[in-house]
Ligand binder design. Structure first.
Ligand SMILES: Cc1ncc(COP(=O)(O)O)c(C=O)c1O
Length: 421
């Protein structure tokens, strides 16, 4: 009776695979896994449990995953030059929750980036931080809206005495002023968390900023935005062992039980790809983001932060108010197989969240498919033809994308047809 339902799901998966290989994906929080990493989905690990740490599990049968997990932790510590690494969070939000749950007591003050300023929902009153305290205060921003105002932040810190400050955000164009805030945090016993969900791959490639060396106590991250996947979370730190034990307990048993072993094995493959190719990849991503921003600007779009060179990350922000705002623009582009998201810009009120003036663009996935600056200029033209000239560009988008099907910066062998699309 329900086999039809199964067929329906199978058919939707197959449509998704077919459709997305024809699209230009510019969602800033996504990436693609290599064929080699992807082909490991659904291994026997997908059925298994491994609570606890390698060698100290609560279940038997974990020999092989123990080796993968121990090696992965050791190699991630090497990659990020740190003493502690937690690989069990199954997402960036889950990693944040593991930290927040152990560091924030009821009524503690926490400073974060506001939502229009780019902060993530997990830093918000309605999200993870809000479960532990309602005393959430936004960093003051400079006039352009894309940088924390350091002097005003220091004044505010003296007044409100936060327990924790959370740097890092979802609309993330420029490095955060970690070094400028280290001293005041040290003097006031404030813990500095850096949420690297978006920029982990750029940090791994050593092309963005180096949060732990600059003075952050902890990094949390997703592993699938500028990092190569799989979809999971990480926590990194050089804190002393006694402090780290709290975070460890936050990850397990605090915010997870089993940690999805097949995606852990895939994360290991993706990490080794990042160790091999991360530096070249991060450099290409940032160069592509700048090239796309410049091309859009030249074609008449209102690209944010021009006076700062538009971006130093994988993202750019564009104000599309004159084209009926972010929602309409993103829908029109989607109808033409260009996929991105509407985004609030720093000057906007929270109430604009479902039709903000902005769109956010990320180039990390198209870079992974081998696109360079020339292709970025072509993407800018396609966006202009679609939004300004109101032309249908879907066919041209599909034709253009057909030459970029192989996942680069990986150990995939070229020209082997992928079964999964
Ligand atoms: C700054 C920031 N932190 C955390 C997250 C959450 O990551 P995940 O989607 O892996 O839970 C995101 C996701 O977009 C993010 O932008």
């Amino acid at each position: 009776m329900y086999e039809k339902k199964v067929q329906e799901v199978e058919s939707l998966i197959s449509h998704q695979n077919e459709w997305r290989r024809k699209c230009i994906n510019l969602i800033a929080s996504e990436n693609v896994m290599s064929r080699r990493a992807r082909s490991q989905a659904g291994s026997d690990f997908a059925h298994r449990y491994a609570e606890g740490h390698p060698g100290e599990r609560y279940y038997r049968g974990t020999n092989f995953v123990d080796t993968i997990e121990s090696n992965l932790k050791g190699d991630l510590k090497m990659l990020f030059e740190c003493n502690h690494c937690e690989v069990r969070p199954i997402s960036g939000t889950n990693a944040n929750e593991a930290v927040f749950s152990r560091l924030i007591n009821y009524n503690d003050v926490v400073m974060v980036n506001s939502t229009p300023g780019g902060g993530h929902i997990s830093h918000h009153r309605q999200g993870s931080v809000g479960k532990f305290t309602k005393n959430i205060i936004d960093f003051p921003l400079t006039k352009d809206g894309y940088h924390i105002d350091v002097e005003k932040t220091k004044d505010l810190i003296h007044r409100v005495k936060p327990k924790l400050i959370v740097l890092g955000k979802s609309l993330f164009l420029f490095p955060e002023p970690i070094a400028d805030l280290v001293e005041i945090c040290r003097e006031n016993n404030i813990i500095m968390l850096y949420d690297a969900a978006h920029v982990l791959g750029l940090i791994a490639g050593k092309k963005f900023q180096d949060p732990l060396r600059e003075g952050a106590h902890l990094i949390t991250a997703s592993t699938h935005k500028t990092f190569f996947g799989s979809q999971r979370g990480l926590i990194l730190s050089n804190l002393e062992d006694s402090f780290w034990r709290k975070i460890d307990r936050g990850a397990f048993p605090g915010s997870s039980s089993n940690h999805h072993l097949d995606t852990l094995a895939q994360l290991a493959i993706c990490t080794y790809e990042m160790m091999e190719f991360g530096s070249q990849y991060a450099e290409a991503v940032i160069a592509n983001a700048k090239a796309l921003a410049e091309a859009l600007d030249q074609l008449g779009f209102d690209v944010a932060a021009k006076e700062f060179g538009y971006t130093e990350s994988h993202q750019i922000a564009v104000n599309v108010k004159k084209f009926n705002g972010g929602e309409k623009t993103s829908i029109t582009l989607e109808l033409n197989d260009i996929i991105l998201n509407m985004n609030m810009l720093p000057h906007e009120a929270l109430s604009t969240f479902n039709n903000p003036e902005g769109i956010r663009i990320g180039v990390q996935e198209m870079t992974r498919f081998g696109m360079g600056k020339e292709e970025m200029r072509r993407i800018a033209e396609l966006i202009k033809e679609c939004i300004v000239d109101k032309k249908k560009v879907k066919e041209e988008v599909n034709r253009f994308r057909s030459s970029f099907q192989e996942v680069k910066y990986s150990f995939d062998k070229p020209n082997i047809k992928s079964k999964t699309g």
